[in-house]
Design a protein around this ligand. Structure first.
Ligand code: 4AD
Ligand code: MG
Length: 447
């Protein structure tokens, strides 16, 4: 048979060499047995960690422990040599921090091989899940004029000469001279366009890159991340919660069913609670709790001596330490938080009768905190317009969105799952930079 791949390790003695070869398709190497009586010694010297080989030989049951089969090499061709003095991955155990400094080569490691394969399996499972439910995959624009989340942390897109920006008579930037004739940015969410799709074909989802220029240098934030945003006509908040729970459980189960070799590797190497934690979220219903009840729980915890870095009182946005306390300590299961103060959530969320909360929902996971954010949407034209005005947003730029409420408005809901947050959960990696092949974070956009 013929095997091609990269050398992970070479060991042995003068007569016989054992080469661990890997082609990236699995975490498991194939053992190549190279006998110096059959093979040129000078050639075998070129078989170093990182070199690429094509090996011809016989596949046989292995006498050694650790592998079921091995290839008795009859012919080895070194396709690409790899200078052991310069190869950045030659050290046996390289830390994740070090690997980030050689991010262009880190994909060749066992760890990133495992992460990339799991990432691929999750992307496939997401499409499979929605496809089986009859959802339409909707492609929403990456370049947009709307700030869907109203947070203002958008990357501007322009072809204007930054040294010579056209100004209007009042001295403001004249965007009519820009490529699109208006001010545009990279999208922070496909939701608003998703609502156009859902109110046309019923149930849609988006799955694409998302950009946020928030200067959060945390292990859970990227400036460029991928988000999955289902949006469903005729769903209320309860239908929405049900779908979100079913969805993440399906994905975790899919990883357990299809990625066990990689999961075992990551479990052993980085996080010995990984597989148990994944199994634990599948078996139980998530805990539903209102924001107001959660504040009471956290206030009681503080009174009992629990220390948080950030304060909590009704009206504040929770930090991940609070979310993790609720999930890991108090309830010991995933939590779905609902009914948030309207002032900490986006303009489009359905307003509750109490006049101060909205029908938002956040799904919180162990070790991660928020993994999903969503809501039932405000379906009333009047209330939506009123909220847009209250927040001082421009109605003019949102007329296309408001039309969904003018013409055949329906109750509808949706949510966004952060793909890399999901991957943190199903790989056990601690830093979001290690679950995306080419991370973009403040001051870092290599390659
Ligand atoms: O909670 P967010 O901001 O919600 C929205 O964007 C809604 N439009 C979603 C919707 O209802 N269709 O973001 C959704 C999820 C978060 O829960 C988190 O998992 C992830 O996106 N996320 C990030 N992931 C990585 N880096 C960042 N900077 C992220 N910001 C949000
Ligand atoms: Mg959120």
């Amino acid at each position: 048979m013929l095997a091609k791949g990269w050398v992970r390790t070479k060991r042995g003695n003068k007569q016989i060499k054992f080469i661990a070869l890997n082609d990236g398709s699995t975490i498991n190497n194939i053992q190549i047995v190279a006998n110096t009586e059959l093979l040129d010694e000078e050639l075998l010297k070129k078989v170093t960690t990182g070199a690429s080989l094509a090996v011809k030989g016989k596949l046989e049951a292995s006498v050694g422990s650790g592998q079921a089969v091995e290839i008795q090499a009859s012919e080895i061709e070194v396709l690409g040599e790899c200078d052991p003095m310069r190869f950045p991955l030659q050290k046996k155990d390289t830390t994740l921090e070090y690997l980030r400094t050689v991010a262009h080569m880190r994909l060749r490691t066992n760890t990133f091989g495992a992460v990339l394969r799991i990432r691929n399996a999750m992307a496939f499972a997401i499409h499979k899940f929605f496809n089986e439910k009859g959802f339409v995959y909707l492609h929403t624009p990456l370049i947009t004029e709307s700030d869907a989340e109203g947070a203002g942390d958008m990357f501007q897109v322009t072809t204007m000469d930054l040294k010579n920006i056209p100004l209007d008579k009042k001295g403001n930037v004249d965007f009519s001279k820009d490529f699109f004739g208006k001010k545009t940015s990279l999208t922070v969410s496909g939701q608003l366009e998703g609502e156009l799709g859902a109110t046309a074909v019923g149930e849609i989802y988006t799955f694409g890159p998302t950009f946020r220029a928030e200067n959060s240098n945390t292990p859970r934030h990227l400036a460029e991340f991928w988000m999955i945003e289902p949006e469903m006509a005729f769903y209320d908040i309860n239908d929405n919660m049900e779908l979100a729970e079913e969805f993440v459980k399906y994905l975790v189960q899919y990883a357990l069913d299809n990625c066990m070799d990689d999961l075992k590797f990551l479990n052993d190497k980085y996080d010995d609670g990984l597989i148990a934690r994944m199994q634990s979220v599948i078996g139980i219903p998530f805990q539903k709790v209102t924001y107001t009840e959660a504040v009471e729980i956290l206030e009681k915890a503080i009174a009992d001596g629990i220390k948080f870095e950030y304060p909590v009182h009704w009206g504040t946005d929770f930090q991940s330490e609070h979310e993790r306390y609720l999930v890991e300590k108090h309830f010991q299961k995933p939590v779905i938080l609902i009914d948030f103060p309207k002032d900490i959530k986006a303009f489009y969320m359905k307003q509750n009768e109490d006049g101060r909360t909205v029908r938002g929902m956040d799904v919180l996971f162990p070790k991660i905190g928020e993994i999903i954010g969503g809501s039932e949407r405000e379906a009333s034209l009047e209330k939506l317009e009123q909220r847009i005005d209250e927040l001082g947003m421009s109605r003019k730029n949102l007329e296309w969105y408001i039309d969904t409420r003018r013409y055949g408005s329906v109750p509808h809901s949706g949510f966004g799952l952060g793909f890399e947050r999901l991957l943190l959960f199903v790989t056990g990696m601690a830093n979001i930079r290690d679950v995306i092949p080419f991370p973009r974070t403040p001051k870092n956009a290599e390659f």
